[in-house]
Ligand binder design. Structure first.
Ligand SMILES: CC(C)(COP(=O)(O)OP(=O)(O)OC[C@H]1O[C@@H](n2cnc3c(N)ncnc32)[C@H](O)[C@@H]1OP(=O)(O)O)[C@@H](O)C(=O)NCCC(=O)NCCS
Length: 188
C-alpha cells in the first residue's frame, strides 16, 4: 500500500522523502538517540542511502517495508523515524521500530508514535501481530512500549551484533484482537 499516512492527536506519520535526510540524520547520527539501537551513529551519506532505499521499497509490489516520518503537526517538523517491516516467514506479522530526536523526548510522543504505527499495522494493513525489540538497558523503550499497550514476551539471546559484541533483545508484541478490543494494558 502506498502512500501511507496516519494522523494522531499531535503527530502525523507520512512517507519518508529525500528532503528528510538532514532531519533523520539529526536522529540517526546522534550518539544519544542511537545509544541503545542496533547500529552505531550513521553518517549523512548512510542516512541518504537508507532513505533512497526506503523510497524504492515503498513502491514495490508486494510492499514489505514502511519507513515513515514522524512529524509534529503543530510545527511540521520531523521529530522521528518509524519503521514497520513485514516478517519474511510469518504471515501478517511485522516488526516495528522507532527513534525520536532527543529534543522531542519526554512529552508522550514515543507512546503516541507506537500507537500510530500499530494503527497503520492493524487498521490500514490488516496485520495480525506487531512486535518490537529493545536493548536490555533501554529503560525508556521498555516503558514506552508498555505504555503504548504492548506485552513483554521474553528475551532473544545474543540477537544483534553491535559495537563489537553480541547483545540480547527483550521483545514485546500486540495482536490484532487486542488492538481491536482496545484491551492493551496501560501501566499505572
Ligand atoms: C524510547 C523513546 C521512543 C521514548 O520516547 P518518549 O517520547 O520520550 O516516550 P514517552 O514520553 O511517550 O514516555 C513513555 C514512558 O517512558 C518513560 N521514559 C521516557 N524516557 C525515559 C528515560 N530516559 N528513562 C526512564 N523512563 C523514560 C516515560 O516516563 C513514560 O513512562 P510512564 O508512562 O511511566 O510515565 C525515545 O527515548 C527514543 O527515541 N529513544 C532513542 C531510540 C530508541 O531507543 N528507540 C526504541 C527502540 S525499541
Amino acid at each position: 500500500m502506498y502512500p501511507v499516512e496516519h494522523t494522531s492527536p499531535r503527530l502525523l506519520l507520512r512517507e519518508i522523502t529525500i528532503d528528510d535526510v538532514d532531519a533523520v540524520h539529526a536522529i540517526y547520527g546522534n550518539p544519544e538517540a542511537t545509544e541503545h539501537l542496533s547500529f552505531e551513529p550513521r553518517t549523512r551519506d548512510q542516512v541518504g542511502q537508507i532513505i533512497a532505499r526506503s523510497m524504492t521499497t515503498a513502491t514495490a509490489t508486494p510492499r514489505d517495508e514502511y519507513c515513515l516520518a514522524v512529524v509534529e503537526r503543530d510545527t511540521d517538523h520531523l521529530i522521528g523515524y518509524a519503521r514497520l517491516a513485514l516478517d519474511p516467514h510469518q504471515p501478517q506479522a511485522a516488526t516495528m521500530g522507532l527513534a525520536l530526536h532527543p529534543a522531542a523526548w519526554g512529552v508522550g510522543y514515543g507512546t503516541e508514535t507506537v500507537r500510530a504505527v500499530c494503527a497503520v499495522a492493524f487498521d490500514t494493513l490488516d496485520l495480525h501481530r506487531v512486535w518490537a525489540a529493545r536493548a536490555p538497558l533501554n529503560t525508556a523503550s521498555h516503558k514506552t512500549l508498555l505504555r503504548a499497550g504492548m506485552t513483554e514476551e521474553g528475551r532473544i539471546r545474543q540477537h544483534v551484533h553491535v559495537r563489537g559484541t553480541w547483545r540480547d533483545s527483550i521483545t514485546y508484541s500486540t495482536l490484532d484482537v487486542e488492538w481491536e478490543a482496545g484491551q492493551q494494558k496501560v501501566v499505572p
